[in-house]
Design a protein around this ligand. Structure first.
Ligand SMILES: [Ca+2]
Ligand SMILES: [Ca+2]
Ligand SMILES: [Ca+2]
Length: 466
């Protein structure tokens, strides 16, 4: 009895002007010649590889191939099974087993699949042991049916990483009389697992207890969390004492890596050193760092009253380096309000916004989806930024919405370049009920002969509305 044998072949030192792959006569070219053993008529069953590599645990499954070579006489079968290596079932993969069979005369390779688990855990590469056993020919045990390669290893590459944290800006500025300054730390290149990093404010020309409140602590990033903030308190004085600087530092990360920058300056701007002329920029409202155009601004309402927070909408992707697709809310000082999160946001520019008395937000524009849900040109969101399914405009506008205005009865007037709304003819302007359906009692007939870019609601005094 024999088994398959591998013979290494090598070509080099070509003469007579011949070149080898690689271009020169002395290049080495190699190949492997496998001599199949054909002494056993049913053939040999083997794994096709010693090691199977996945690109990622996110692939869904790994396919394992088993071959029958050197013969195909008789019905043949073999069992396969997976065994934990450094990978564990069901954390990293699902244990599997079964029987592979070949009819007499058949030698097509057979495959089985090992389900992989995308587990959100940072494990590094992990291995599964693969085994072939119980070889049978015509239903009878036949140990000679198995070849040399009855054990193999599956290597599962990890798709998860903890990521790295860094300050959201390369430097910060704050007003001496601005109270608490919010500093954002962002996490990139991985969101798996829990990690932490220390933060501290360190003296420069600004001194703790004199110019700012002593500040240090730990930021903990839980799985999936992309940003965290901490605050530094400014200490106001009445002296014209110039700008001073302190340093903000991230250190001692656990699990996480430190990204750049992890050491930045915070400049305290002395409010006694300059006058603020009327009409100049309000320095207490910081640059919200929006990476694209803003087309609409609205004030958030809580219980019918504006609360100082600002809705911004347009065609941007990030605000203060945090993902916000075309829609975000800012705190009264211009810093991103992370409690308002529209998820995947709008898939096209937002041109108009209107805030209801109950804090719900209407948006209009040239999008077709909001939060991965069909919304053509108009949608309503809850006060925390989620899609409000109680407002359903059906197929919506057949062209962009440019203007929105709310009536006191909470019905909304929308203007734009559409000709139909939810398949009903409404050129340029439409009124919607509070549930998003077309208000059939408002019909401008053939409407204006061009797009509507602005809409206003005229209140009638001393008369009852119909
Ligand atoms: Ca993983
Ligand atoms: Ca001051
Ligand atoms: Ca001062």
């Amino acid at each position: 009895m024999q088994f398959d044998r591998n013979i290494g072949l090598l070509l080099t030192n070509a003469t007579g002007g011949a070149a080898l792959p690689g271009g020169t006569p002395t290049t080495v070219a190699t190949a492997t010649l496998t001599i199949l053993d054909d002494d056993f008529p049913p053939g040999r069953i083997n794994f096709s590889e010693i090691t199977y590599n996945t690109n990622s645990e996110a692939d869904g499954f790994a396919t394992i191939t088993v071959t029958r070579t050197g013969g195909n006489s008789g019905f043949a079968s073999v069992q396969f099974q997976t065994l934990d290596g450094t990978a564990f079932s069901p954390r990293d993969y699902l244990a599997t087993n079964g029987v592979l069979t070949w009819n007499s005369g058949a030698n097509t390779p057979q495959t089985f699949q090992v389900p992989l688990i995308q587990n959100g855990l940072v494990t590094g590469p992990a291995t599964v042991n693969l085994r072939l056993f119980d070889p049978r020919v015509l239903g009878n045990p036949s140990s000679t049916l198995l070849g040399f390669r009855t054990n193999a290893t599956l290597v599962i590459q990890d798709s998860d990483s903890y990521g790295a944290v860094a300050f959201s800006q390369s430097f910060y500025q704050a007003d001496e009389n601005g109270g608490l300054v919010t500093i954002t730390v962002v996490r990139a290149a991985g969101i798996a697992g829990t990690g932490s990093v220390n933060f501290s404010a360190n003296p420069g020309t600004a001194l703790p207890g004199t110019d700012y409140t002593p500040t240090n602590g730990v930021l903990v990033f839980h799985p999936g969390e992309l940003s965290k903030t901490f605050q530094v308190g400014m200490i106001d004085n009445s002296a014209q004492d110039g700008n001073r600087t302190l340093n903000l530092t991230l250190s001692n990360p656990t699990n996480l890596a430190l990204g750049l920058p992890f050491n930045v300056a915070l400049t305290i701007i002395d409010d006694e050193s300059f006058n603020e002329p009327a009409g100049s920029a309000d320095v207490s409202f910081r640059d919200p760092l929006v990476d694209g155009p803003i087309y609409s601004i609205a004030l958030q309402k809580t219980n019918s009253v504006t609360d100082g927070r600002v809705i911004i909408a347009g065609d941007f992707a990030t605000v203060n380096h945090v993902n916000r697709s075309r829609l975000a809310r800012l705190l009264t000082n211009g810093v991103l309000d992370t409690s308002f999160d529209p998820g995947s946001g709008a898939d096209g520019p937002i041109r108009a916004t209107a805030v209801q008395a109950n804090g719900r937000l209407l948006i209009g524009g040239s999008f077709t989806q909001v939060a991965n849900t069909n919304r053509n040109g108009i949608a309503r969101l809850t006060p925390d930024g989620r899609l409000d399914n109680a407002f359903n405009p059906g197929s919506g506008a057949d062209n962009p919405v440019f203007a929105l205005v709310l009536q006191p009865d909470a019905k909304v007037l929308a203007g734009g370049s559409f000709s139909k709304f939810n398949s009903i003819t409404r050129p340029g302007i439409v009124r919607l009920n509070t549930n998003g359906s077309v208000d059939l009692s408002f019909n401008a007939g053939s409407g204006p002969n061009d797009s509507v870019y602005a809409v206003a609601f005229k209140r009638r005094k001393n008369r009852h509305r119909r």
